[in-house]
Design a binder for this molecule. Sequence first.
Ligand code: NIG
Ligand code: FE
Length: 419
Amino acid sequence: MNFLIINIKELVQVEDKPHAWVAGSQMSKVKTIKDAFLYVEGGRIIDFGPMKKLGEKGDRYQIMCKSIIDASGRMVFPCFCDSHTHLVYAGSREKEFVDKIKGLTYEEIAQRGGGILNSAKLMNLTSEDDLYEQSAERLKEIIRMGTGAVEIKSGYGLDTDNELKMLRVIKRLKENFDIRIMATFLGAHSIPMEFRENPDEYVDIIINEMIPLVAAEELADFVDVFCDKGFFTPDQTARILMAGMKHGLRGKIHANELAPSGGIQTGISYNALSVDHIEYTGDEEIAALLESDTMPTVLPGAAFFLNMPLAPVRKMIEAGLPVAMASDYNPGSSPSGNMKLIMSMACINYKMLPEEALNAVTINSAYAMGLSDYYGSICPGKFANIFITKPIPTVDFFSYSFGSDLIDTVYLNGKEQKF
Ligand code: NIG
Ligand code: FE
């Protein structure tokens, strides 16, 4: 777990002191060091700087190390932080993909009992062990693609037993992998068919039965609600966020994906850590976000996959807001956890500069899961969750070459990941 990387072509996203997040015009600033070294001890970043300053301490580091890695021609980045995923799910939903190509909307599919409810049916038929195996493969896949910290939600159970099953699988993943995992309870992902006439009854079950059990077993860090047209109302969301807070679960909610649903303001009122999707963000929402500690989080994969309107990211950054980006890896609206591709989408679709995209998928998305003190940049004391690239000419090339796998080796807690 101790190693020294030398001759790094460019060490990207370095900080001397950790920032909680970067906002507004600061988002276009990324500090790098050319021809650099990086020293890792006990799984943490200890020292870095230009090669010419390695000098005598280089000898000391070499004695402490098992290995010295020569990264000539290659760059080192902090791993991605993916603050919004649903990667624990059963099966897949490519049939709905085809239905959408033929003209059905995401909402129409949901109304017919497809969508999230379809995944809930599959969840019910899948054993905990099988769910673990399917999810572990997805986790390995995102680690290979450079993700070093990830939030994973429940939300395909929609009854107490199946929600707990999902959260227990997330707990097992935490125990068995080096990637940092944060767990979110999302019982309020959709209204089950049997409660369609009386959704408040389902909300009562979430509040009185599910949240206390989740908290008692310490299965979640956060609570989420899909606050949107056709799903949960701002009032129902407020009740669930309040119940979560009573049990130490901070909100991180789905808001304003399908309509200007009031979700952003509701999340902010209850001090949510993040509001996510937020395609429908107007001047009022921006003003409210500016007064808050809530991270606006955009999910470019879902907007791309569903052909949705895009969140007004440029307007948000120009107003001085921070923006985080995450994959939303899930079977219905974003069946990919490729954060490098998210960076390219940030640039191509949202007109973000590559530096803004990098801040969105590292430090800001670390904040959006409460981890920016430990992950999301190359900073002394942070966990050594980093990757070495293949040979690349410039930092911008990384976002520009949207389809290429440019990640060579991934280290989590200073350990090389081999799958
Ligand atoms: O974040 N918007 C709500 N939930 C998920 C989609 C889940 C699904 O369709 O399975 C999302 O996009
Ligand atoms: Fe989501």
